[in-house]
Design a binder for this molecule. Structure first.
Ligand SMILES: O=C(O)CCC(=O)C(=O)O
Ligand SMILES: [Fe+2]
Length: 319
């Protein structure tokens, strides 16, 4: 049995209008989320309404992008978009999610700005890149909002408590990001000591939704051991991130996770899509229980400081 709980989200699925979900149904799912988020920090959600076909399409168009030359991809590099400093392509080994290790053996494309006016990869197999990333972003926002409501309910708060601080997802003033990740096949003699595909880290924002093509993520359990969750077909892996832990005075826990290198001789590649939800830039996150366990902090200032750790202190993010 997986140590990460699996919750059937069917009654709250995006296929059903939010208004039709009964208070009893909300209560039941919210209690299951509460259990997962207070004990483990991660949960698999089944029957969310996001289909495998949608996931496959956005994975496929992302894979097309990663197969471009370095020179072509660099036209879209992170840091060149004035609308948001986090939007765009991040090359192999640039980011260190665990700053004590060498750069991660992954590359990624961050979709933070949805405006069609910016420079998007286009042409041939990429002609639907912007449309597929943008529509998947908005499906993830809808699912994320439903989860946030249930989380608030489970803490006996007004159901809108978290949602009202995420009004601008996909708009200026919010840095929520849909990140396509690509872990290329390993080149054994180029691996540096202690290097991983993705170093130990916890996520920065409020909530993360993760879609994967194969197993690989490892999650640290309360005992301190890393567990390797199986791939649960069709399920979305959802985890609490650091600002949410702070907001809930450590009630919901944000735990370390990582992606190891495949074993010697395994030349497979890996892809995943992470939807990093972030409160609106100007939201001030203070402990909801009225305690002063953590001082209030603006969501954008918190994010800026965390980026400085994973990209080096020179990282400039446009906030
Ligand atoms: O690729 C994965 O499965 C995990 C990636 C991750 O944890 C992250 O980018 O924050
Ligand atoms: Fe992560």
């Amino acid at each position: 049995m997986s140590a990460i709980p699996i919750v059937d989200f069917g009654v709250c699925s995006l296929e059903r209008e939010h208004e039709r979900v009964t208070p009893e149904e909300m209560e039941r799912v919210s209690a299951q989320l509460h259990d997962a988020f207070t004990r483990v920090g991660f949960v698999f959600l089944q029957n969310t309404g996001i289909t495998q076909e949608e996931v496959d399409q956005v994975m496929q168009v992302s894979r097309e992008f990663f197969s471009l030359s370095e020179q072509q991809k660099s036209l879209y590099s992170r840091g060149r978009y004035e609308e948001n400093g986090n939007h765009g392509w991040v090359s192999l080994q640039t980011e260190r999610l665990n700053p004590k290790r060498p750069g991660d053996l992954k590359e990624s494309f961050n979709t933070t700005v949805l405006s069609p006016q910016i420079l998007w990869p286009t042409g041939g197999a990429l002609s639907h890149f912007q449309q597929l990333q943008s529509s998947f972003f908005s499906r993830c926002s809808s699912l994320g909002r439903r989860v946030l409501r249930l989380m608030a309910l489970s803490l006996h708060l007004d159901p809108e408590t978290f949602v009202k601080e995420h009004r601008r997802m996909g708009e200026p003033g919010n840095s929520t990001t849909l990140r396509s990740l690509f872990y290329p096949p390993l080149v054994p003699d180029q691996i540096r000591p202690e290097q991983l595909r993705c170093g130990e880290h916890s996520d920065y924002g409020s909530l993360t939704l993760l879609f994967q093509t194969r197993p690989g993520i490892q999650v640290r359990s309360l005992s301190g051991l890393y567990i390797s969750p199986p791939l649960v077909p069709g399920a979305v892996l959802v985890n609490i991130a650091d600002l949410m832990q702070r907001w809930t005075s450590d009630n919901f826990i944000s735990v370390l996770h990582r992606v190891l290198l495949p074993s010697a001789g395994d030349s497979s590649e890996r892809q995943s899509m992470a939807f990093f939800m972030q409160p609106d830039d100007c939201a001030v996150i203070s402990c909801l229980d009225g305690s002063s366990k953590y001082p209030p902090i603006r969501a954008d200032h918190y994010l800026r400081d965390r980026f400085a750790e994973s990209y080096g202190a020179s990282d400039i993010i446009d906030q």
